[in-house]
Design a protein around this ligand. Structure first.
Ligand code: ACO
Length: 236
């Protein structure tokens, strides 16, 4: 199984999976809007074990998560939103939905600095509620009555992303520490002859160069004001 970013060319397959698995369906342009506006946040699960019969074979997409950032958050807090998630019946209970969700949550933090992620779920959807509440740690904020077109209520759920933010911060700090340590570590490494010295007879090196002493060369202010003043050569 391969979990990878959603590509615009996957959209017809995502739409097909959505129609198979959920009563909440969307126009193709809504999927495209997600893919183009927040290309880092939506993922697909591809069954790579399926043999390709022709080069034109579609990838077998067995699950997807369609996610976005809230464009005008009412609470003023930058956060993500799960628009839709589903896994084909043939591939359920293998941990695919959990992986898709975790991947998207990480991307929300890394790319957009999201503080939390929200979603709506039908109050009767036991499988999804188990995934969100028990596996991933979402909390129910409130119940929205008659949220769905058929009159069913929705739980409005939220997951605080502080722990992921902390992990991302620690990983970045560790990476910066390594980058700062590198120049010191490489200071002793012999980088070979200076490029300008390639092919030069070592016996003809100046005394100062052979002894390794540094030679002081006067530049700029070191020359003294007098030497920097333009000379009037007309008198000579
Ligand atoms: N009943 C109870 N628990 C379940 C069920 C079930 N039918 N299915 C999965 N779980 C549990 C798993 O045991 C696991 O729990 P654990 O961590 O305690 O072991 C957890 O949920 C995660 O399981 P996954 O294998 O990652 O879930 P899966 O890949 O099977 O997908 C999903 C779950 C997406 C809910 C799937 O059943 C599905 O596609 N359902 C139809 C579409 C749907 O309801 N989508 C969510 C709508 S809400 C929205 O889109 C925002």
């Amino acid at each position: 199984m391969d979990i990878r970013l959603l590509k615009p060319s996957d959209i017809p397959l995502i739409q097909h999976a959505n129609l198979e698995n959920l009563p909440e369906n969307y126009f193709l342009k809504y999927y495209l809007y997600h893919a183009l506006s927040w290309p880092q946040l939506s993922y697909v699960a591809v069954d790579v074990s399926r043999p390709k019969k022709t080069p034109y074979d579609y990838p077998k997409i067995v699950g997807y998560v369609l996610a976005k950032m809230e464009e005008e958050p009412t609470d003023g807090v930058q956060h993500g939103h799960i628009t839709s998630l589903s896994v084909m019946r043939t591939h359920r209970r293998l941990g695919i939905a959990e992986k898709l969700m975790r991947q998207s949550q990480l991307a929300m933090v890394e790319t957009f600095g999201a503080h939390y992620v929200s979603l709506h779920v039908r109050v009767s959807n036991q499988a999804a509620i188990h995934l969100y509440r028990d596996t991933l740690g979402f909390k129910t904020e409130k119940t929205e009555t008659k949220y769905y077109a058929d009159g069913e209520d929705a739980y409005c759920m939220k997951l605080d992303l502080s722990s992921i933010r902390e992990q991302v911060r620690e990983a970045a700090a560790a990476e910066n520490g390594e980058a700062e340590a590198k120049p010191e570590a490489s200071a002793d490494v012999d980088e070979g002859e200076a490029v300008g010295d390639v092919g030069r007879d070592p016996a003809k090196k100046k005394e100062s160069e052979r002894s390794g002493d540094k030679v002081k060369v006067k530049v700029g202010r070191g020359l003294g004001v007098g030497e920097l003043v333009e000379k009037d050569e007309s008198k000579h």
